[in-house]
Design a protein around this ligand. Sequence first.
Ligand SMILES: NC(=O)N[C@H]1NC(=O)NC1=O
Length: 173
Amino acid sequence: MSDVLTISQVNELNYEEFIDLFGNVVEHCSICAAAVWRFRPFRDVYHLHQEICSFVDLLPDTGKEGVLRLHPDLAGRLAELGSLTQESSAEQKAAGLDTMTPEEKQLLKDTNAKYRDKFGFPFVICARQNKKEAILKGIVERLEHSAAEELNIGIEEVKKICMLRLLNIVPDK
Ligand SMILES: NC(=O)N[C@H]1NC(=O)NC1=O
């Protein structure tokens, strides 16, 4: 089977195939794909996205924090070790995070650590919609927010990341 599917092909997948394909549209949260399986047939890729978003929105705050915690730091330890998921690695490259100067890298590392200390979960942003400059500016600004605001913003970013990952698998022709 090709990596790119139509929504009709998606609707014909069995559960295992569905999880294989969509298990990481929310980073390390295959429960999101497992949860929306019951809503087939999907009208289109946006319907599939909407069901995933509704599932995430219904999670208690502890669950939402968990979703954020399963995301790797941008340009963090996992990136240095080459241990990112394929999706995350491509997204971080798209933002130019693999071409940061040593100073930019250190700034992002320090700010990521401050962010995690303050909120108890990592800074999450849709890297494909932001270049490294916007990410560095964004994290400094978002450090000023409350934990409740950051939980909401982080989850909205997870939904954007999810939409782009879904469109990679089911392009909107
Ligand atoms: N921390 C963080 O934002 N990570 C993510 N962002 C993104 O676009 N892909 C990720 O893995």
